[in-house]
Design a protein around this ligand. Structure first.
Ligand SMILES: NC(=O)c1ccc[n+]([C@@H]2O[C@H](COP(=O)([O-])OP(=O)(O)OC[C@H]3O[C@@H](n4cnc5c(N)ncnc54)[C@H](OP(=O)(O)O)[C@@H]3O)[C@@H](O)[C@H]2O)c1
Length: 289
């Protein structure tokens, strides 16, 4: 069993750290808002530390799951950051959805200190985190990944090494690009069906047996029709992720016309007060016009 630290107890990190503990590992947590770390330690019987450095001291594996690139740098680098507490041979596993650039930056800085780094963004949402059934997309060297994978497995249904540092984040970008266009299509279909006066429960039941089926249709179509968005993956996070993908595409030459358009639709949802609404709230722009 390994000695681990988990930094960032948000919607995702809180249950993920819980699965490490349930998997038999020793877990010390850190959270910027200490009350959450205290609550986690009470719920799970682990310990908490006041800084990332202190949480990471003596750990074989340090997990991070914070918001964006800058948040990640804040918990990993600097005097009180995780790297300052990690010994040579320890491994950082970053579950944040961040840029490939910051993944490569941390991998290079880690290598200077003898610390292995894996970028390991996740897919599967809050439910996947709570059920320990996330999909993990890894980037890094195979030896480091091989050591980290059995520990990551505590909260994963699938965990795959995609290539060198940054490849996990690039794969997550593909995931988000696919979802953006799909959700707009689903919104247009559901809104069209409602305007046509169809029984949408029946529509969803029948077309989800055919070629239009998707995870989003199975899990979101009914709530979209009911106008319920106060759950799930927040629009603010989606805009962050699409921004990362659009910036990466500027460098690699990929054209993302629909992704760029949907990103602008999400900006409209934000302006309507939907920053924490689920990403399926795109339909609201159509149904209320
Ligand atoms: N939610 C999902 O369905 C989902 C699915 C897949 C991937 N993700 C990705 O997973 C990551 C976390 O998402 P989440 O939903 O768990 O977010 P969240 O609930 O907003 O939690 C963010 C966590 O990061 C911490 N944090 C943020 N900025 C920080 C900073 N500068 N220094 C120290 N700690 C900081 C927060 O601490 P405080 O408690 O003090 O604010 C909190 O623990 C994001 O990159 C997101 O895109 C989320």
């Amino acid at each position: 069993m390994a000695k681990t630290a988990f930094l960032g107890l948000g919607v995702m990190g809180y249950p993920m750290a819980g699965h490490l503990k349930k998997g038999g590992h020793e877990v010390t947590v850190y959270n910027r808002t200490t009350a959450k770390a205290e609550r986690w330690a009470n719920d799970h019987g682990g310990s908490y530390a006041p800084t990332p450095r202190e949480a990471a001291e003596g750990a074989d594996f340090v997990f991070t799951c914070v918001g964006n690139d800058d948040d990640l740098r804040a918990v990993v680098l600097g005097e009180d950051g995780a790297f300052a507490g990690m010994a040579e041979g320890a491994i950082l596993v970053d579950n944040t959805t961040a840029s490939a650039e910051v993944a490569r930056e941390l991998a290079a800085l880690g290598a200077e200190r003898g610390i292995g780094v894996i970028d390991a963004p996740v897919s599967g949402g809050q439910a996947g985190a709570e059920n320990g059934a996330l999909t993990v997309m890894g980037g890094g060297d195979s030896e480091t990944f091989g050591k980290a994978a059995p520990v990551i497995d505590c909260f994963a249904r699938a965990c795959v090494l995609m290539g060198p540092a940054g490849a996990g984040q690039l794969t997550k970008m593909v995931n988000q690009i696919c979802i953006a266009g799909l959700l707009q299509g689903l919104s247009e279909g559901m809104n069209f069906g409602q305007k046509a006066g169809l029984d949408m429960d029946k529509v969803i039941e029948v077309i989800s047996q055919g070629a239009a089926q998707s995870w989003q249709m199975d899990n979101r179509a009914a709530t979209m029709c009911a106008g319920k968005f106060d759950f799930g993956f927040a629009v603010d996070w989606m805009r962050k992720d699409l921004g990362i993908a659009l910036a990466e595409a500027k460098g690699n030459g990929a054209r993302l016309p629909v992704t760029a358009l949907v990103d602008q639709f999400y900006a409209q949802v934000q302006a309507r007060g939907g920053r924490r609404w689920d990403t399926s709230s795109l339909i609201q722009l159509l149904s209320e016009d």
